[in-house]
Structure formats: C-alpha cells, structure tokens
Design a protein around this ligand. Structure first.
Ligand code: SF4
Length: 195
C-alpha cells in the first residue's frame, strides 16, 4: 500500500507574499511619517525632473490626485519637500526634497527590506528584479496605468557618442538622471522591465 500523502501540496501565493512584504517593509514603527508620506518622500528623492509633480506621484502611487496632493502638502508643511514653479509651465509645481527630507530618508523603514534583499545571491537579485519588473509592466498594462522605469530599459533612450539621448524629451539625459524614476518611461520590448 502506498504511503504517499494525499494532502495537496501547499505553496505560498506569490501575490499574497508580495503584498505582505510590501506592508512589512513599509511598517513605520516609531518613525514620524505615515507609509504614504514615506512613499512620497522616496519617490521625489528618486524621480527625474519631469516626474517630480503631484500628478506624476499620484500615478506612481496609484492614488487619486486629491490624496496625493494632501500627502505632498503635509510633507511641504513638515519642511521635507519644497515647491518650485515649473520653468516651462508656470501653472505646474515641481517638488524637491529638502536637506531635512534627505536627513529623514536616513531613517527610511524600507532599509530593513533593502538589507534583506541584499543578502540574496547577486544572480537571484537580478532574476527577482527582472521578474518583478515584468510583472509591474504587465499589471500596469492591465490597469491602463503608466509604467515607471529608468533610462537604461526605456525605448526612448538612444546611445549617442556624447551621451544618452532621450527621444521623448529631445535632449541628452543628465548622467545623474540615468537611474532616476521617469513617468515618460516606455519599456523596451527586449527587456520589458519596469519598476
Ligand atoms: S529615455 Fe525614457 S526614462 Fe529616460 S528620460 Fe527619456 S523618457 Fe524618461
């Protein structure tokens, strides 16, 4: 008689695991900001110039413009973000992280998750980044939401002799912005990665 177990094989649901990790990683403990405020502060610290607007942040955070504006306003009032007028469109506002904001980011609760991920073998980190990037692209398409990503994986990015040229902005990309989050990112069909 076979002794093989008839119990179904159980496997953690990946979607549940990702949501659990996100919640656990973002749990703020005794830090003075809410998880929405932390997300906004991180976003504005890592976004390129054309993406540092409240409406781009609302897309990134998959929230309403009203809610995103409230979060931004609270960070401005705390002195962690500063508004400046958009040079080409006087009606829109650009947000910059202040020195106090950068100081606050040194207490980012997400750092523990970053450390746990850094303990994975480099090839596993690369595989995880590629897989999650592909899922982000597919999910954004399903929800008709913009995909955020960086120049290296963007189909608008062209390598020229004098640097990286952005076909969307029609100009050379500032080298400091190559790894910045961009709302105009379009995934290269070869890499299909996003954030
Ligand atoms: S190349 Fe793509 S990601 Fe880079 S600035 Fe242009 S649109 Fe944004």
């Amino acid at each position: 008689m076979s002794t093989q177990s008839t119990r179904p094989e159980t496997q953690t649901d990946l979607a549940d695991l990702i949501v659990h990790l996100a919640r656990l990683g973002q749990s703020t403990g005794t830090t003075p900001l809410t998880s929405a405020q932390w997300t906004a502060l991180r976003y504005f610290a890592h976004a390129n110039r054309q993406s540092r607007t409240p409406s781009a942040f609302s897309c990134f955070h998959a929230t309403t413009r009203g809610t995103a504006s409230q979060t931004v306003k609270s960070l401005v009032e705390l002195g962690l973000l500063a508004r400046q007028t958009h040079e080409s469109d006087g009606r829109s506002t650009l947000l910059d992280v202040t020195a106090a904001g950068h100081e606050m980011l040194r207490r980012d609760p997400l750092e523990d998750l970053r450390k746990a991920l850094a303990r994975l073998a480099p090839q596993n980190q690369r595989a995880l980044a590629a897989s999650l990037g592909q899922v982000a692209v597919d999910l954004a398409r399903l929800r008709a939401a913009p995909v955020f990503g960086t120049c290296v994986d963007c189909r608008h990015c062209q390598i020229e002799t004098d640097g990286h040229f952005c076909q969307q902005a029609q100009g050379l990309v500032n080298p400091n912005d190559m790894a910045a989050i961009c709302i105009n990112f379009q995934p290269d069909s070869a890499s299909r990665s996003g954030l």
